[in-house]
Design a protein around this ligand. Structure first.
Ligand SMILES: Cc1ncc(C[n+]2csc(CCOP(=O)(O)OP(=O)(O)O)c2C)c(N)n1
Ligand SMILES: [Mg+2]
Length: 921
């Protein structure tokens, strides 16, 4: 369409034609036009003699333009918004999408009256130019908002009604301005104080982004009125000390003490600790109106964004504990960096949990400290998207881009975000654009890489001063009032520092084992615990497995399986793995400990062994027998998770931190996939206790074992877990019998300490390994299983092994009727059961010892057990697959060959022995 005039005429003609059609039959036009014409008539426009043919009182073309302007500014106004404090000329370039050319509106048209009342929060007719100005004020000032991607019209309407038009927004009360200013001053002064007193020490200054603090402050201040009692915060390095000091009110003395770094641990139980900007903290904060909000800042590793799912899991556990089923009182708040939120996949994986039954937390407030740089990397190299927050759009979160140099706009947006979260129980994002006064840390020279950016930053006088000047100019504040804020804060800082410098070195403030953790400790013990369960209780659980509602149709095959389970238990016959798990979970919830199991396809179980939930054969309704055992039982939940390892494992770890009374289990589809969550394993599960003094009783069920299914369905990487073991940080197990699994799960909640438990779980053994019922009633967990039939005086070779290979060895030995061979199983590899092993191996002290593993030499437990056996004085030789870069062969035939060779060699070949299909060399 060449010129505007042609297109105007064309548009008008088209509309007139449509209007005529609509008058005959409202359904003959597009529904949007129907609504539009109805709106015009509803607004009471009489036929207009000046516009023959249209039957309308106003200029239809410009009325249409007005509607288009409104929808376009709602949609794309953010492109023109003045959100960047480093922009040289704000709004310099008019995006074509918002240009007058696009709407075919001329200068003269701006004086024509239109009626936006049906579409925009204005009453009566206004000039088109006036509407345009109002739209720009609403959508193109310090706040640019994206919300038209939200499919829910209710959410859109709610947001529009609160934002449109800006001029209706009441001015911020003076008190609030004063508080905003005060918090800004605290934020700036705290950084400057550290800068002067601890020269060159890393603190990841917030300067340039101080408005983070007023944003957080107003969220806390508004919380009581909106029903929020608790906020769990996850955040990275930037401004963390400031948040700890000025939001969570961590005493300055404690923070300065960490800068002094005078601390030496007194015992290994004190752990290794962590750098000061990773430490967590929690406190009850009093708000100015007399309310109270509990704030927790989760400890976190350097790995950016890794804490997100952990925060969500913690919130979920707290919501359950506080019976906050509406998810109103506990709110997750995650603070991101602009580079991290755009780059790290766990951000998306965690957001994807937002609406899932087993994982939702009622909406997360995301806050980006967008200093427009990541270390030395510019946004154009950090992401492929316009905004760093674009990932949040897939969960329909509204996104507010806001200029960090406009504290009042930031505070307004923060309130709106909290209100939105409370209203819709869904995620919301604040993208606070700011800058970073120094380099990535205080010792870094930013002008090596961003000389121009830093010239602009150097010219800044700071947000606290800018805002003070504004308030003074506007007559809202006297300079002396601002000076008084500074003086009293300075006194607080000075006296805290004096106290630290003058006093003795203090212990680090590593809180842990408080609140719900009281009574639990971090001291591991090999002491056996009574985990047997009376026969009547087991019978009752078994009977209830079949007690489906009267109108519930079980799959006929499943009914057979469950009936067999019941019959085996009641008839005291050997039972399989699925039955043992059901008895474990059932007895645990009957004793008052909740159970939460989550993982991919965990309800049925990847290998169809569990059937924790039944599905009605006719209508797909589900029924969970373990949740219906007894009215007084604790809860039982199993969830089929989304297809994520990282976020789901992080979530369950977080959940376990706030649910020490619960048995929390994450199950991998196959153990091979657990390394998708390696950061959670390394940074949280293995080392969280040592770094942060935080315990976890999380259980990982990782299907493991060489069964010829190829390189990615074989190994849970036992070796990696073992390498992470030290200081009794976690348990690593490989059970061979259902009863062992039963007792190990039960002891996990019955001991006075909590440690993560990593279990190599079986695949084929789920069906083939059976345990007699007596072992459930009078047995207990055994870290080492001796050979029940071997006669030590005859034994010449002891095969020491762990996991499924035991059964292969057993079958071969029994087939060959070899009474000179004993087979000993290590069921818990760590904490290393030294005493038990000594006792068992001592019985065969004259025999040759061979460690047999089906894993390759460089994998499995060999490298771990070898030095420990030596230390015991029971040195062993190895028998395993040859070292290999891939965990298993892709060929089933080769697998079978290797497995047969391994087992045959274990019985007869000279040791050490390496299985290989091809000759070396
Ligand atoms: C997963 C991960 N990769 C790399 C790093 C190293 N690193 C630390 S801070 C940082 C830049 C972060 O930029 P941004 O998210 O924008 O936060 P800012 O420091 O600008 O506040 C990088 C790459 C890290 N901590 N975590
Ligand atoms: Mg950044």
């Amino acid at each position: 369409m060449p010129g505007a005039n042609v297109s105007d005429a064309y548009n008008r003609e088209l509309l007139e034609e449509q209007y005529a059609r609509w008058q005959n039959d409202p359904q003959a036009v597009d529904p949007s036009l129907d609504a539009f014409f109805r709106g015009l008539e509803f607004a009471g426009h009489a036929p207009n003699p000046e516009m023959p043919g249209t039957g309308l009182s106003i200029d239809v073309r410009l009325q249409v333009a007005a509607v288009r302007l409104i929808t376009t500014y709602r949609d794309l106004g953010h492109l023109l918004a003045d959100t960047d404090p480093l922009a040289e000329a704000p709004n310099a370039e008019m995006p074509w999408a918002l240009s007058m050319e696009r709407f075919a509106v001329s200068e003269a048209d701006l004086d024509v009256l239109i009626d936006p009342s049906m579409f925009f929060g204005m009453s009566g007719r206004v000039k088109l130019g006036f509407l345009l100005q109002a739209l720009r004020e609403t959508y193109c000032r310090s706040i640019g908002v994206e919300y038209m991607h939200i499919q829910g019209f209710e959410q859109r309407r709610w947001l529009a009604s609160r934002m449109e038009p800006t001029r209706n927004r009441p001015e911020m009360p003076r008190q609030k301005k004063f508080r905003t200013l005060m918090v800004l001053h605290w934020a700036e002064m705290f950084e400057q104080f550290l800068h002067r007193k601890y020269v060159g020490q890393k603190r990841f200054s917030l300067e340039g982004g101080e408005t983070l603090l007023p944003i957080l402050d107003v969220i806390v201040e508004r919380s009581p009125a909106l029903g929020v009692k608790e906020i769990i915060i996850g955040m990275a390095h930037r401004g963390r000390l400031n948040v700890l000091a000025n939001l969570l009110q961590k005493p300055f003395e404690e923070i300065f003490n960490e800068f002094e770094d005078m601390y030496l641990p007194e015992s290994t139980r004190d752990g290794d600790g962590d750098v000061k900007y990773h430490m967590g903290f929690s406190a009850d904060i009093k708000t100015t109106d007399g309310g109270s909000v509990h704030l927790s800042l989760a400890p976190n590793p350097s790995h950016l964004e890794a804490v997100n799912p952990v925060v969500e899991g913690r919130v979920r556990a707290k919501q359950r504990r506080h019976k906050d089923s509406e998810r109103i009182t506990g709110v997750p708040l995650i603070i991101h960096g602009d580079a991290a939120i755009a780059g790290q996949g766990v951000v998306m994986e965690t957001m994807n949990l937002a609406n899932l039954t087993g994982y939702r937390t009622g909406g997360t407030i995301h806050l980006v400290v967008n200093n427009q740089i990541g270390f030395t990397t510019q946004p154009r190299d950090a992401r492929s998207t316009q905004y760093c927050t674009d990932v949040a759009k897939f969960i329909q979160a509204p996104v507010f881009h806001v200029n960090g140099e406009d504290p009042e706009a930031c505070v307004y947006v923060a309130q709106l975000a909290l209100e939105y979260r409370q209203e819709f129980r869904s995620d919301v994002v604040i993208d606070m654009l700011c800058y970073r006064k120094y380099g990535h840390n205080e010792g870094d020279e930013p002008s090596f890489t961003q000389p121009l950016m830093y010239r602009r930053i150097l010219a800044k006088i700071g947000i606290a001063r800018t805002y003070t000047n504004q308030l003074v100019e506007r007559g809202d504040l006297k300079q002396e009032e601002a000076d008084a804020i500074d003086a009293s804060f300075q006194t607080r800082l000075d006296s805290a520092l004096q106290e630290v410098k003058g006093g003795p070195p203090r212990k680090k403030g590593m809180k842990g084992y408080a609140g719900t953790w009281v009574g639990l400790s971090n001291a591991y013990s090999h002491e056996p615990v009574a985990t047997g369960v009376r026969g009547e209780v087991l019978d009752r659980i078994a009977e209830r497995l079949l007690a489906v509602p009267a109108d519930f149709d079980m799959h006929p095959k499943l009914k057979g399986i469950i009936t067999a389970r019941r019959d085996n238990v009641v008839g005291r016959k050997p039972v399989d793995w699925g039955t043992a798990e059901a008895l474990a979970y059932g007895s645990i919830v009957l004793e008052g400990y909740p159970v939460r199991l989550s993982g991919q396809d965990s309800r049925r179980g990847t290998f169809s062994h569990r059937h924790a939930y039944y599905t009605d054969y006719n209508n797909e309704r589900s029924f969970c027998p373990l949740a219906e055992l007894d009215p007084n039982q604790a809860t039982f939940f199993a969830f089929d998770s989304c297809l994520s390892e990282n976020a789901v494992l992080g979530f369950e770890y977080g959940y376990s931190l706030d649910a020490p009374d619960s048995l929390v289990i994450w199950e991998a589809q196959f153990g091979d996939f657990a390394n998708g969550a390696q950061v959670v394993i390394d940074q949280f599960i293995a080392s969280g206790e040592s770094k942060w003094n935080r315990g976890s009783g999380l259980v990982l069920l990782l299907p493991h074992g060489h069964e010829g299914q190829g390189p990615e369905h074989t190994s849970a990487r036992l070796e990696r877990f073992l390498q992470l073991c030290a200081e009794d940080n976690m348990q690593v197990c490989n059970f061979t019998t259902p009863a062992q699994c039963f007792h190990a799960l039960r002891r996990q909640v019955k001991r006075p300490f909590r440690k993560p438990m990593i279990v190599m779980t079986p695949k084929s053994l789920l069906r083939s390994s059976l345990s007699p019922m007596e072992e459930f009633i009078s047995g207990r967990f055994r870290e080492v299983l001796d050979d029940a039939t071997a006669k030590p005086e005859l034994v010449k070779r002891v095969l020491l092994c762990s996991g499924k290979v035991y059964f292969d060895l057993l079958a071969k030995r029994d087939e060959a009727q070899r009474n000179d061979i004993a087979i000993v199983r290590l069921e818990q590899i760590y904490p290393w059961p030294e005493e038990q092993l000594k006792a068992v191996l001592g019985r065969y002290s004259q025999a040759e010892r061979v460690w047999v593993q089906e894993e390759s030499q460089n994998n499995g437990a060999w490298f771990f057990v070898d030095p420990r056996l030596r230390e015991l004085g029971y040195e062993a030789k190895y028998c395993c697959r040859d070292a290999s870069s891939s965990p298993a062969t892709g060929s089933h035939r080769v697998h079978k060959f290797e497995q047969d060779r391994l087992v045959a060699a274990a019985l007869d070949s000279p040791m050490p022995f390496l299985v290989s299909v091809v000759k070396k060399g």
